[in-house]
Design a protein around this ligand. Structure first.
Ligand code: ASP
Length: 285
C-alpha cells in the first residue's frame, strides 16, 4: 500500500503553533502523496514533502531555521533510497534554499556527504536556487535566539522529515534541520548522519528528530529499520527511542515498512506529524 508520513519535529508547541504545524505537515504530506498517486517513486515523494516543510517558516528547516549561538544559519539534510541503499547528505549549508534537494542530488553521485561552502557551490552548479543566508532568517528565530541567550528556556522542535512507500514497494526517507537553537557554530547533529536520523533499505525507512548526539550514539534510524525484521513499525520506533533514552536523549521517529504500514513514536511532549494513504489522511501530535 502506498503511503507517506511526515513529521514536524519533536518538542512542544502552544495550541496555535501546533495547529499551524499540523496544517503544514498535512499540506506537505499531500504534496508527497500527489507524486505517489501519479506513479512517482518514494524518493521523489519524500523530497517533495520535505521541500514543502523547508519552505514553511513554521519549521526548523530551510526558511525559518533556528540560529546558531552567534546568529548564523547552518542547515543539514539527508535522503536515503531503500531499494539500492543510495544515500546523500549535506551539513553546514547556508545558501541553498532547499538543502533536501542538494542531498537528493548526491543519491546519483559517488559522494555521500558534503559540507559547508563547497556543498553550496555544488548546489549552485547544479542550478538549485541559492539565497543570501540572511534571507532564511525570520524575525521569530532572531527573537528565540535572544530569549535562549538570556534565559536558555526555549522550546525545541521543528526539524522535519518524511518516509514513504511507493506503488512498486520501494521506500525512502528524508530529514532536514537547522540543528539545535543556539548551538555552537560548526556543531553538527544527527540529521546528516546516515543511520542516525535517516535510514532506508529493503525492509523500510525511518526519519528522526530530537537530541542529535543521542540519536547518533544510538544509531537510531538504522536500529528502527533493523527491528522491522521481527516487529511492527510502531514497536520498531519505540525500541529505537528506548536506545536513545538509554544514552540520555529524547525525540521521535516515523517508520514505514515495505508493506506500507507505518509507526510513530516520541518521548517529547509532542511530535506533530501527518500521513496520507489511499482514501485516508490524518494528523497527530
Ligand atoms: N536532531 C536535530 C539536531 O540535533 C534537532 C532536532 O531534531 O530538534 O540537530
Amino acid at each position: 500500500m502506498r503511503v507517506i508520513v511526515v513529521h514536524g519535529g519533536a518538542g512542544a508547541a502552544d495550541a496555535e503553533r501546533e495547529a499551524r504545524r499540523r496544517a503544514g505537515c498535512l499540506e506537505a504530506a499531500r504534496r508527497g502523496w500527489a507524486i505517489l498517486r501519479q506513479g512517482g517513486d518514494a524518493v521523489e515523494a519524500v523530497v517533495e514533502a520535505v521541500t514543502a516543510l523547508e519552505d514553511d517558516p513554521e519549521f526548523n528547516a530551510g526558511l525559518g531555521a533556528v540560529l546558531t549561538r552567534d546568529g548564523q544559519i547552518q542547515l543539514d539534510a539527508a535522503v536515503m533510497r531503500g531499494w539500492d541503499r543510495a544515500a546523500g547528505a549535506v551539513a553546514w549549508v547556508a545558501r541553498t534554499r532547499n538543502p533536501v534537494r542538494l542531498a537528493r542530488l548526491l543519491l546519483d553521485r559517488e559522494t555521500v556527504l558534503m559540507v559547508g561552502p563547497p556543498a553550496d557551490a555544488l548546489a549552485a552548479e547544479a542550478g538549485l536556487p541559492q539565497v543570501d543566508p540572511t534571507a532564511l532568517i525570520t524575525p521569530r528565530q532572531r527573537e528565540r535566539l535572544a530569549t535562549f541567550l538570556a534565559s536558555r528556556r526555549v522550546e525545541e522542535g521543528g526539524t522535519v522529515g518524511a518516509v514513504a512507500r511507493d506503488g512498486s514497494g520501494g521506500v525512502a526517507a528524508a530529514t532536514s534541520t537547522g540543528g539545535r537553537l543556539g548551538q555552537r557554530y560548526g556543531r553538527v547533529g544527527d540529521t546528516p548522519v546516515i543511520g542516525a536520523s535517516t535510514y532506508a533499505d529493503q525492509r523500510g525507512a525511518a526519519s528522526a528528530t530530537g537530541t542529535g548526539e543521542a540519536f547518533i550514539r544510538a544509531v537510531a534510524a538504522f536500529r528502527a529499520v533493523s527491528a522491522l525484521d521481527h516487529t511492527s513499525p510502531d514497536d520498531a520506533a519505540t525500541a529505537a527511542l528506548a536506545a536513545v533514552t538509554e544514552v540520555g536523549g529524547r525525540g521521535g521517529l516515523i517508520v514505514v515498512n515495505a508493506r506500507g504500514e507505518f509507526g510513530v513514536a516520541f518521548t517529547t511532549g509532542q511530535m506533530v506529524h501527518a500521513w496520507v494513504r489511499e482514501g485516508e489522511e490524518g494528523t497527530g501530535a
